[in-house]
Design a protein around this ligand. Sequence first.
Ligand code: 5AD
Ligand code: SF4
Length: 361
Amino acid sequence: MKILDILKKEELTKEDLLALMKIDNQEDLQLLFKKAYETKLKYIGNNVYYRGLVEFSNICIKNCKYCGIRKENSHVERFLMSEEDILQSAKWIYENDYGSMALQSGERTDKEFVDFVEKILKKIQKMTNNGLGITLSVGEQTYETYKRWREAGATRYLLRIETTNRDLFEKIHPKDETHNFDKRLQALKELRRAGYQVGTGVMIGIPGQTEEDLVNDIIFFKENDIDMIGMGPYILHDETPMGQEFKNNILSKEKRVELGLKMIAICRIYLKDINIAATTALQGLDPEGREKGLLAGANIIMPSATKTSERVKYQLYNGKPAINDDAEQGKKSLEKSLKNIGENIVYGKTGDSPHFFSRKK
Ligand code: 5AD
Ligand code: SF4
């Protein structure tokens, strides 16, 4: 079947999704992006919502083989932002009308950390009169912890499954109890039960990952009724096992960006009203990656609001962008480039997932 005919269908089968994922020429690719953008216009409008990103600690108990801040990387200078600095970032995000913020860090499950996050959430909500949407992205926790943080004011939680191919998951993580595929699945269910808008996502272009794997990822998002998606291309980091193993054996940057954009577009077409982020990793491989992501159907941008001095230490992969920009400068240049591509930045609204509320009705 022709790509155009697939794009006209109301319901897409797995074979359709695979045909879209395997598009190998510019003409069909543009048709795919166009259809995805039309779908975005229909369900979301030409609107883009911000989540001011605060990467508040790079301390992590895990050892994911792809990640630059994995526990065993002794070259990383570890930090935890002070309560005062986090609150100041939150204030900046609030006063600049970003509407939402994302608190992200390495994974820790100790009591001190759990209490710290809870206290921060309460203070942010008090300071802003419950005026900020807050996304947490701090890894796998107990159900009790999810509940406590939900009650303290977090409304969304992002926990990536990284890949839904169990074998591949096991290849890119150490084989032990802290890196367990079933536990990750369970965590996503518990987050839903705790009342969050639930986000997940995958890395794209992992060595060994097939186009069918990526299609299965998208079907997984649908089957699990996911509200938001954050995904991006896999990028090497020198000081990691995978960074070493695959440094001469990885898809080109262009191919990974293209696959990333295809993922966004097919997710938009297939899942319709969910929030999809154009992530920093996309920008990491292509200076215009985020803009291209929006034109392929994404509607969320996460501009960094972390202090410049700490940003340098939060290196998940080589060449992470904008580590030297400050938040103020970043805001201006982003605004300009988004206007250039015809996107409407929605200030002052939380930009919750429409999908979450359509389920609630
Ligand atoms: N390349 C791309 N994304 C990465 N992440 C971690 N390491 C890398 C990398 N080398 C992503 C993972 C994780 C999130 C915090 O960052 O998907 O969930
Ligand atoms: Fe830690 Fe997340 Fe990096 Fe894994 S991906 S090592 S959990 S920060």
